[in-house]
Write a protein that binds this ligand. Structure first.
Ligand code: HEM
Length: 175
């Protein structure tokens, strides 16, 4: 009798939507965070700064849902060609990825030196009103952004490697 595997070959729709939503926000916010340096002193700075903070703010609950959903979603096994050691390494890197995103988001809030309006509409209070602590979290935000950028580049490099190495199935899990 022929047997069929019931294991999913790609992630569920909700996981895929969350993945691309968060990826889009992070890539945009990271690029714009650096571009803002060039906009300092112009009338554009405030507009794009508030937009960036607003996107980061909505990314926080989305990220929490994404993190929680990981424990409930149907599992998608890695290809049999992955050794147990490689699987452990990939899982470990993904944990560091999640943790770094969390640090970027939390430090972004804690560094705020003034209140702001979410997308210009909803008042958000500055959580800590001590400039030395804000300055400390700015450094945390700065270095965690660099780490996040490095992990992101590694993530994209891995995807390209799988594509070129004939392992498109690994990439298709999230498409
Ligand atoms: C999606 C996650 C986020 C990413 C990828 C990100 C990225 C960045 C980057 C790359 C910078 C420039 C750092 C530097 O100058 O070295 C920056 C600056 C900044 N970030 Fe974030 N950030 C995120 C979330 C947040 C959040 C949630 C807040 C607060 C609500 C925030 C507030 C700020 C502020 C106030 C600055 C200084 C420039 C400005 O006034 O906009 N960030 N961010």
């Amino acid at each position: 009798m022929q047997t069929y595997s019931t294991a999913a070959i790609r992630y569920d729709l909700f996981s895929r939507v969350l993945h691309w939503l968060v990826a889009g926000i992070i890539i945009y916010a990271m690029c714009m965070g650096y571009i803002l340096h060039a906009l300092e002193g112009t009338r554009w700075f405030n507009i794009f700064s508030v937009f960036n903070m607003s996107l980061g703010t909505i990314a926080t609950p989305i990220m929490l849902v994404r993190f929680t959903w990981r424990f409930f979603r149907p599992s998608v096994p890695y290809p049999a060609s992955f050794s147990p050691r490689k699987k452990q390494l990939v899982v470990f890197i993904h944990e560091i990825f999640y943790l770094t995103i969390l640090v970027v988001l939390v430090s972004g809030f804690l560094m705020l030196e003034k209140d702001y309006h979410l997308f210009g509409l909803l008042h958000i209070s500055q959580p800590i009103n001590v400039s030395e602590i804000n300055a400390f979290f700015f450094q945390v935000h700065r270095y965690s952004c660099i780490l996040l950028g490095a992990i992101l580049l590694g993530h994209v490099a891995a995807v390209i490697k799988y594509m070129l190495g004939g392992q498109r199935d690994v990439v298709k899990r999230m498409l």
